[in-house]
Design a protein around this ligand. Structure first.
Ligand code: FES
Ligand code: FES
Length: 149
């Protein structure tokens, strides 16, 4: 049994303790915005927040998140109001295929909480998510837009 909170809702889930958080979110909780890319903590498609910290959920066993608060892409907007990061993504037409973008937005949201005005060097150091469509320049533009919003 694993007990934790997802987007403000308590979850009590019967699952093996070494099950990756990614699969619990997608298959037990039913939130499929968090994506599977590599499964080895390299691509960032599965990024969620654990107690406000960006983590790659494919590589976090559910036993490690007991009692913690998880936020997924579905939990960012409140009462239908997008966050400034989500708005900047729309305004700057960042996504191409979109597959990596939920993880990208989660990583960027955590960065801007820690560093509200990141430099390009800060962005390069913190945002190591991989985008096969090559949206990196638009991501950078949107991060600066969100920081200045
Ligand atoms: S699927 Fe988790 S980092 Fe790639
Ligand atoms: S938008 Fe297609 S992988 Fe990033």
């Amino acid at each position: 049994m694993a007990k934790f909170t997802v987007n403000g809702q308590q979850q009590d889930i019967q699952v093996e303790p070494d099950t990756p958080l990614l699969w619990v979110l997608r298959e037990q909780v039913g939130l499929t915005g968090t994506k599977y890319g590599c499964g080895i903590a390299q691509c960032g498609a599965c990024t969620v927040h654990v107690d406000g910290v960006a983590m790659r959920s494919c590589s976090v066993p559910v036993s490690l998140i007991e009692g913690k608060q998880i936020t997924t892409i579905e939990g960012l907007a409140q009462n239908g109001v997008l966050t400034k990061v989500q708005k900047a993504w729309l305004d700057n037409d960042v996504p191409q295929c979109g597959y990596c973008q939920c993880g990208m937005i989660m990583a960027v949201s955590a960065l801007l909480k820690d560093k509200p005005k990141p430099t390009d060097a800060d962005i390069d150091a913190a945002i190591t998510n991989i985008c096969r469509c090559g949206t990196f320049q638009q991501v950078r533009t949107a991060i600066h837009a969100a920081a200045n919003a």
